[in-house]
Design a protein around this ligand. Sequence first.
Ligand code: NBG
Length: 802
Amino acid sequence: MPSNETAMSVAAQGSLADQIRRHLFYSQAKSPALANQHDFYMALSLAVRDRLLQNWVETAEAYTTKGVRTAAYLSAEYLLGPHLDNNLVNLGLRQEAETACEELGLDLELLLSCEPEPGLGNGGLGRLAACFQESLASLELPAIGYGIRYEFGIFRQSISHNGQQESTDAWLAQGNPWEVIRPEWCYPVQVGQHTVLGVAHDTPITGYGVRTANTLRLWSAMAPEAFDFASFNAGDYTRAVLAKVQSETLSKVLYPNDELDQGKRLRLSQQIFFVSCSLQDMLRILKKQGLPVSDFHRKFAVQLNDTHPAIAVAELMRLLIDQEGLGWDQAWAITTASLSYTNHTLLPEALETWGVELFEQLLPRQLAIIYEINARFLRMVRLRHPGRPELLARVSLIEEGEKQRVRMAHLAVVGSHHTNGVAELHSQLLKDQVLADFAQLWPDRFTNVTNGVTPRRWLAVANPYLSGLLDEAIGDSWRRDLQQLERLEQLLSDAHFLERWRSVRALAKQRLADHIHQQLGVLVDPTSLFDVQVKRIHEYKRQHLAALELVQRYLRLRAGEDLPPRTVIFGGKAAPGYAMAKLIIRLIVGIAEMVNIDPAMRGRLRVVFLPNFSVSLGQLTYPAVDLSEQISTAGKEASGTGNMKMALNGALTIGTLDGANIEIRERVGDKNFFLFGHTAAQVQELSAKGYHPWTWLEPNSSAREALALIASGHFSDGNRSLFQPLLDNLTHSDPFQVMADAADYSRAQDQVDLAWQKPDEWARASITNTMRCGFFSSDRAIEEYATRIWKLEPLTIGKAAP
Ligand code: NBG
């Protein structure tokens, strides 16, 4: 047997250009003359994969032989974004790749653009999971990410005159050079009458400037037997493969969130499927290392990313009791000592519950375990708080009512040792409101870890212009230690530096403007203020507030007011079944159509809806943002992470006191942040008093004019009924208090216009935003999880690379 070292030197011999040539021939079976760009992308990716395999194999070996404590991150979503560029940066191969491409007459940028991104997530929650995986590897922390290998990721969005259109995302259609299939790691999962097999598909997650390459293990569903031979022999060919098809649909498609009841059955099946495979895999690893089952919680710190994997509480109990033969008390001690839970939303409609009936059909044994957990838990509560039936009803794992439901958030809190929110305000509201009873029972369980984003993808990869300038100005250590950005402070009054700052920002804006021109045929002026709101479309995020303001601006410009030129950019997907969100997109598209053809708007206002917002498009967009729109109803956005990406890249925020906005403002200073709107407490007070939008609309004549223009059919080809549901919503119920904040938002936007007219001050504010955002690195967030929640130590693999 050759050693690992020898195996590597054979595969990765020669220059990168040689390896690309070799893979083109041996893996793609093409000659350079016949190869297309995608073949070259594959060849380059495989060559890069060869380079990282040594690290990957060594990391896996070190974790096994050293038996180290490991974080197991359970997440139903990973919004990874393209791997190639990130791996080039993390492995220090970017320069070499450029040289190799030059030698072969290839354009690296073009090859990078060939990579279909694995869109295995909806938005912030999935992207956070991806940032966390990258930080875990960069911090040399032993970890494994577990999830589902959806064959179709988040739907593709195209935008037409009618708004959003969806199509499927066949991201695997042309092959995936980054994954390794592990047929030997395959586990059965019982779902109702069916047994499904989960097969491991591993993707390496490289750390920056270290040898660590962790594993993201995604489960793909497979039928235990390809054919039902009995049916086949009886001549019923269709039935013979039916079970196979049914089993395999389990990992077919990622569900868009905010989707109402449809497909729920499959979704619960997906949850038990990936959770059970992951826990069985952990038990296998434990045994392989010769450790007893009673060591499970010493070996693994299992993190539940939202309630999607909360069934782990019951499933781990089932495995420990039914399969491993432990008693209840020991199994419960192990379960609660291993699991911890992150809550990502306060919206009541987003807190998962499952009908007991469905649960009974699909997961009867797990339901029985949940009942037992609940009985013991309620006994404990009764003991501590005798005579409080209303308290028992509130905390019970089962919601009573016409139909009983299992409350997954309660299950997660009861079955774990820590529960955290994702920003200060959010964690506080969890403790004070949504989970207040639990916080009183177990105050020590509750904590906050404010989210973060990886500086490698969101600065080094996404913004080569700014990265270059930072390297020159303060050295390159910010990639590993984002707090180093503080050192920009000394340059704030350096006129030359200010000039350089403006020029790198201009380059990023030009790059986005070129993309907009190529994709949409719209010419935007890169010197105008880029005012950007990109995120999932949801009423609580209030894209309609921005749209309403936009119409007011349009009216003011039409009336001859002189306002500084702006380009207002929106992007984001609406869940296909969420009619109001889709109508908001339709409104923005209608506004864009009218504004962009209007000669009076030329050089003053442009409106763009970027179709199919994704990680790659984010990388193009965030660096080009002047004004970051973070305008959710206070108390509704748990954290937000786009807010961090934009501020880190030098944008100023216009925002409410919501989620992580609060912490961004604390750090960048209130002078460098355009604050508006009611606070979370005021929002609740307004609702409690019986909120009515008319109270706010009545004195706001410019908002009323804007609404009237929309109602007149101006943005809908004369169709007066199209936007009626949206207008009714805003003027009658307005559940997210758009009207209560509209006037103050306009006031803040006026301030933005004024500030933009002082370019030096704006540039200094932009630098200050970047400089003070070191805290929002996912490295810091992961360090907090590792020390406070997981008790995890780093392990250096080999020697750190230069
Ligand atoms: C989202 C929140 C965001 C937050 C991300 C990551 C869900 C359920 N929650 O505010 O809405 O930034 O999670 O924590 O997707």
